[in-house]
Design a protein around this ligand. Structure first.
Ligand SMILES: Cc1cc2nc3c(=O)[nH]c(=O)nc-3n(C[C@H](O)[C@H](O)[C@H](O)COP(=O)(O)OP(=O)(O)OC[C@H]3O[C@@H](n4cnc5c(N)ncnc54)[C@H](O)[C@@H]3O)c2cc1C
Length: 311
């Protein structure tokens, strides 16, 4: 019988390193553990939050007054012919390494993205034009309200930019994913691409600072003059009418802005950094200032990519 831990610090479980305590906390290593934890919560009318690698969440300073289930389903199986079945708690980077070792190509440009497969599938994590979605054949997921488990085809996953059916429906818990990759690649070549990708990531922003990566999603901008200004400023074409959120934040003069230990990165203004003394509250205040200024001065509405929890 599962007994959740009580009053567990959440900040060490996140890359922001801020946030209060979970009233109840369990690590789920099997699908049965998840079901048991969900039943435990249901019996007590306790709310549930599903945590992966904590690299895209901001827990409030008062924490989570319910049960946090940390997904630790870390199995990783080669199914042959370029296919891998990956448990939701497996680190995305471990899946990339495993694919390389088997000579399976297709996800090497996802190297270095923190977090788990569950988080990557839910948010369709991506970088440098590569997206988790392009490798996913199917996803096994549990509906935490009905306790029904089913396999979703790639089409049923409804992937789009940083979006999936699992993000639209938080009651769905990702259990595992089947990735279909291109077999017969040279592991050395894949490793080279991975190393180059990680090096490029470092040039865009130091990856080990306390943050959650890009805080806001890249907004669709209807104002053609702002899009033109971006093109003139960067020499880069606008794609799908979207501008990099970091460019817009810089455009309204907020690069380097600091509130109580939370700082807009000098290097990449869509990274909000905990300089060491930030609280969830100071991050919230800073990001509210950003949203407001970008709205009033650039007429652009920013939406968080980071999941805000317990506010
Ligand atoms: C330095 C840094 C760089 C980053 N760079 C990138 C990047 O290049 N591209 C990119 O896309 N992202 C990037 N990110 C953001 C982050 O790594 C991704 O969003 C990642 O996929 C989140 O996975 P996670 O396991 O950490 O999720 P968590 O942060 O634990 O959770 C995020 C959300 O996913 C949900 N979730 C987690 N697991 C499951 C599951 N099994 N089933 C259902 N829901 C689940 C949670 O409930 C929460 O709502 C970066 C973050 C950092 C810190």
């Amino acid at each position: 019988m599962m007994t959740p831990q009580e009053y567990v610090d959440l900040h060490p479980l996140t890359t922001f390193r801020v946030g209060g305590k979970a009233r109840y906390f369990v690590e789920a290593k099997t699908e049965e553990d998840i079901c048991e934890a969900l039943r435990w919560a249901k019996d007590r009318s306790t709310k549930v939050f599903v945590l992966g690698g904590g690299s895209n969440v901001l827990f409030s300073d008062s924490g989570w007054d319910g049960l946090v289930i940390k997904i630790e389903l870390c199995d990783l199986a080669d199914m042959g012919e370029g296919r891998l079945r990956v448990g939701a708690g497996t680190l995305l980077h471990s899946a990339v390494e495993c694919a390389k070792d088997h000579g399976y190509g297709g996800i090497e440009r996802l190297a270095g993205i923190p977090g788990t497969i569950g988080g990557a599938v839910r948010g369709n994590a991506g970088a440098f034009g590569a997206e988790t979605a392009s490798a996913v054949t199917s996803v096994r997921a549990l509906d935490r309200e009905t306790f029904r488990v089913r396999e979703y085809s790639r089409e049923e996953c409804e992937f789009s930019y940083r979006m999936s059916i699992f993000k639209k429906h938080p009651e769905l818990v990702v259990l595992s994913a089947v990735l279909s990759l291109a077999p017969g690649q040279s592991p050395d070549d894949l490793e080279k691409t991975m190393r180059e990708t990680i090096a490029t990531r470092e040039t865009k922003h130091p990856q080990r600072l306390l943050c959650a990566g890009s805080f806001f999603m890249n907004p669709v901008v209807s104002d053609a003059s702002l899009r033109r200004e971006f093109e003139l400023d960067t020499g880069m074409p606008v794609k799908d009418d979207k501008l990099p959120a970091g460019w817009v934040i810089d455009h309204v003069g907020l690069r380097g802005k600091e509130v109580g230990g939370a700082k807009v990165s000098d290097i990449h203004p869509n990274y909000i950094i905990n300089t060491g003394t930030a609280t969830a509250e100071s991050i919230l205040i800073l990001t509210s200032i950003i949203k407001q200024k970008v709205r009033t001065e650039a007429n652009v509405r920013l939406r968080e990519e980071v999941q805000m929890v317990g506010f």
